[in-house]
Design a protein around this ligand. Sequence first.
Ligand code: SF4
Ligand code: SF4
Length: 375
Amino acid sequence: MLSATGLKARASDLGFNLVGITPARPAPHLDAFLRWVEAGRHGEMGYLAREDRLARRRDLNLILPGVRSLVLVGLDYRSLPPLPALTDPSRGRIAAYAWGVDYHGLMTPRLEELAGGLGAEFRVYVDTGAILERDYGWQAGLGFIGKNTMLIHPRRGSNFFLGVLLTMAEFDAYDQPGPATRCGTCTRCLAACPTDAFCEPYVLDAQRCISYLTIEHKGIPPRELRPLTGNWVFGCDICQDVCPWNRFAVQTQVTEFFPVSVDRAAPPLADLLTLDEAGFAARFGRSPIERIGRVRLVRNACLAAGNSRDATLIAPLQSLLSDLHPLIRLHAAWALARLAGPEAVAPLRTALDGETDAEVRQELAACLEEAGQNC
Ligand code: SF4
Ligand code: SF4
C-alpha cells in the first residue's frame, strides 16, 4: 500500500496544482452521460457514442485490468485576465486554454513520470481517454460540478486542465468527494451563453456550443447559430468567465501557457482570412489550434468577420470566394453578404456562375436571396 501523502508531494513537485485520489469505481454520473449520448447531444463527436468506448466508461478494467485507484491532477492554465483586445470585433477570439503550447504534450510526460514512480502498471490520459474525467475529479475531491458542467474548485475556479492516472497501486488514504454543488441560486452561466446551449442546468447541448462549433464540428454550422458566435474563432470562455468562482482563478506558473503576444490570443481577422498553410503552421504549430487545421480556422474567421461590421474585411472575404476549399468559399459568401449587403450581390453572382460545389451554390443562392435579389 502506497503513501497518498508521498504521491501528492511528488505531484506538487512536478508542478501540478491539484491532486486527489479515489478508488477505481464506476463514474457516479455515468447514467446521466449515457442519457446525454442517447439524446444525441454530442453532435458529430461520434467517438463518444462508440460501443467500445462506452464499455470502457462502464468498466475501468477494460482500460487497465486490475485497476485499483485513480489519481486526478489539475494544472492551472489561465495566464492573463480577459484583455480588452479580446472583445475587439475586428479580432478573432481564442479560448484562454489555447493561448500557449499544446497542454497534452506538456502534461502527459509529467503524469507518466508521476505514474512511473508507483511501481505498478498504469494508464494516463489528458483529455484522450474514454473516461469521465470531471466526474472522477469530483469524486477525488477536486471540486464540484457547476451548472455550466465544469469542474470548479472552490479556491481556484475552473481554469485548469485535468489529467487522470489509472493505476493498480493501492493507497493508504483516499479523498472524499467534493460538495454536490455550490452554485446555489446563481444562473449567470446559463443566462450568459450566447447560443442558449444549456438545455437545463448541468446539461449542455454540445451542438449549440461555440466550443463545439468552432473546434469539433467539421462542417457547416447552422445558419441560425452563425450570428451568435460573435468573434470566437477557437473555443469560448463565456460560461467560465462569468462564473463568480473564477474570481479565485490563480495565474498559471507555466510560462508556456502565456500567449507570445496579444495577437496570439486575439489575432486580427484580416490576418486569419489571408492565412495560407505555411502561415497557419508558423503561427499555430504546437498549439491546441493546430488540430483544427487552416481550413476550419479560416471558416471560423469568416463567421467572425461576418459578425464584425468591419468593412475593411470585405476585400479579403471576396478573395476567399475563390479559395480551393468549398467550406471556406461557403462561409466567405455568408460573411460577405452579411458585411457588404447589396454591394455583395455582384461578387456573389460571379461566384455562383463559376461554382460547381452543390452546397456552396445553395449558400450563394440563399445569400443572394437575402440581399433582395431574384437569382
Ligand atoms: Fe455557451 Fe460558450 Fe459555454 Fe459553450 S462555452 S456553453 S457557447 S457560453
Ligand atoms: Fe454555478 Fe453560477 Fe458558476 Fe454557473 S456561473 S457554474 S450557476 S456558480
